[in-house]
Design a protein around this ligand. Structure first.
Ligand SMILES: C[S@@+](CC[C@H](N)C(=O)[O-])C[C@H]1O[C@@H](n2cnc3c(N)ncnc32)[C@H](O)[C@@H]1O
Length: 277
């Protein structure tokens, strides 16, 4: 299988990479543990939703529902929030965590390219780190535009070319050969939806597009979370050879012992897109 296609291969994403939240959590854990940001990512994104009581919200590619789980006490009264994901496993995890939250949530497996909602249904649509997975992005964005009310807003988070730019320099050639991650292979400019091209892609559907940048970097002081991150996106047919892991473990432990930690840059942000009247 051509590994450059895996990132947008719906069958691989649904049945392998995102069958449940384990791989995603290995990556999120690195950020949670070693971020230097003042505000955590999910609360920062939540602020940009600008929710008001009674709003109708759709999240596409919700994963295990972290945006809502980490902000559950901040959800205004009477909001109706529909969480959808290509992966039924992710939807099941989101539902298990939020069904008894006291808020009005609905859950559904759905591909952003073919949403089963009527036109003009939602005030806000959220696509948090997921548009780069969508094979026909124009179709996905057309669907978002269709289900949004005329004055509704899309909140689309993604990363830029400089995000974790040190990673390909840190990993061995052997690990790079195994990965399905464009980031680890250092070819982030091939990512279909990123900070650099997001505005022009969104402007085909929305008259106003604002970009909000998130200030953060990682200072990694433990080896194992970095190992878990590095091997969280490998080709499905591959087993991780212990020699590759042992090599990296040794190299990173030496770097941490010498410098006190490993600095990794971050480059993430959120586009807020709308058609103001
Ligand atoms: C990187 S994860 C982000 C999860 C969550 N939004 C978060 O930020 O924690 C990407 C998610 O998008 C989902 N996804 C990928 N392609 C999709 C598509 N075409 N339609 C809907 N969801 C999709 C994946 O199953 C995965 O759960």
């Amino acid at each position: 299988m051509d590994r450059s296609k895996l990132f947008q291969d719906s069958a691989y994403l649904q049945k392998n990479q995102y069958r449940d939240s384990r791989n995603l959590d290995a990556r999120a854990a690195l950020h949670r543990q070693f971020s230097t940001a003042v505000t955590d990512w999910q609360p920062w994104v939540f602020d940009l939703l600008k929710l008001e009581p009674g709003m109708r919200v759709l999240e596409c590619g919700c994963g295990p529902g972290w945006l809502w789980r980490q902000n559950v006490e901040r959800i205004p009264a009477g909001c109706h929030i529909t969480l959808t994901d290509l992966s039924p496993g992710m939807v099941a995890e989101a539902e298990a965590a939020l069904a008894d939250s006291g808020h009005q949530f609905s859950f559904q497996s759905a591909n952003i390219q073919a949403l089963e909602f009527a036109d003009d249904t939602f005030d806000v649509v959220v696509a948090n780190h997921m548009l780069y997975h969508v094979p026909d992005l124009a179709q996905g964005l057309a669907e978002v535009r269709r289900v949004l009310q005329p004055n509704g807003r899309l909140i689309a988070a993604t990363n830029g070319d400089k995000h974790m730019k040190e990673l390909p320099l840190l990993v061995s050639e052997e690990a790079r050969q195994m990965t399905a991650s464009w980031r680890m292979r250092g070819i982030t400019d091939q990512l279909p939806f990123r900070l650099e091209n997001g505005r022009s892609l969104l402007e085909s559907f929305f008259a106003q597009v604002d970009l909000h940048l998130y200030e953060d970097s990682l200072w990694v002081t433990e080896v194992e979370p970095l190992i878990a991150y590095a091997f969280s996106m490998i080709k499905p047919e591959m087993d991780v050879p212990e020699t590759a892991v042992a090599q990296l473990r040794q190299a990173w432990a030496a770097k941490i012992a010498a410098d006190g930690g490993i600095h990794i840059s971050k480059d993430s942000g959120v586009f807020v897109a709308a058609n103001p009247e």
